[in-house]
Design a protein. Structure first.
Lengths: 113, 113
């Protein structure tokens, strides 16, 4: 998985609770991404980062926030989890942005009850 | 609207046969394409990529063909093996959206021993 870890790998939570997912890379890549994957939708971009403290929204950013205080860590926070946020979340990294290959982590499976 | 899609959502092939997975894209401005393989419970794994200035690119047992005239992309897997069973995604990257990748919904390849 190209030096990318995600934690936790599985989580069950209740509606209305905050949840933070962590992505950690050892490749020193500049770009990091959070995607969610749902049946019938493929991978959809939530947020991405192009450097420390530099982030931008993707196509499905509502209800999510991110932070990147160090090159190696990119956090995804669900401020108040909803059942519609039940999904598999993938982190990805790339050296120079989308014009170079993105490498994916193993994923986090989140269930919101 | 702009989209990346797959003609066949499922594909079953006999072990040893060649597999062809197809993908259509709608934006002629797209200039970079990637094929990913995703095994059950894992993150997408890079297989091969191609840029718009090429028509064909070969890897180990895999070939990607790009037909810009009809906006079509295909992945050919030679001598398909049971380990090739997975979901395959094509991805489209548009120069004007350099930090975003649009993924197709995926094709499930099943190899019959």
């Amino acid at each position: 998985d190209a030096g990318i870890t995600q934690s936790p790998r599985h989580k069950v939570t209740e509606t209305g609770t905050p949840v933070t997912l962590r992505c950690h890379q050892t490749e020193n890549h500049r770009y990091m991404y959070w995607y969610r994957q749902d049946p019938g939708h493929g991978l959809r971009l939530i947020h991405y980062s192009y450097g420390v403290k530099d982030t931008d929204k993707g196509e499905v950013s509502d209800g999510y926030s991110v932070s990147r205080s160090k090159t190696e860590d990119f956090l995804l926070t669900l401020e108040s989890a909803t059942s519609s946020q039940t999904s598999v979340y993938f982190c990805a990294i790339s050296r120079q942005g989308a014009q170079e290959t993105q490498y994916f982590g193993p994923g986090t499976r989140l269930l919101v009850l | 609207g702009e989209s990346v899609g797959l003609h066949l959502p499922t594909l079953s092939v006999q072990e040893g046969d060649n597999s062809i997975i197809n993908c259509a894209y709608s934006n002629s401005a797209s200039d970079y394409f990637i094929w990913y393989k995703q095994e059950s419970g894992k993150g997408p794994q890079f297989i091969i990529d191609i840029r718009s200035n090429m028509d064909k690119r070969q890897g180990q047992r895999v070939t990607v063909l790009l037909n810009k005239t009809v906006k079509h992309l295909s992945l050919q897997i030679a001598a398909t093996q049971p380990g090739d069973s997975a979901v395959y995604f094509c991805a489209e990257i548009r120069e004007t959206s350099y930090d975003k990748v649009i993924f197709g919904p995926g094709t499930s390849l099943s190899v019959i021993p």
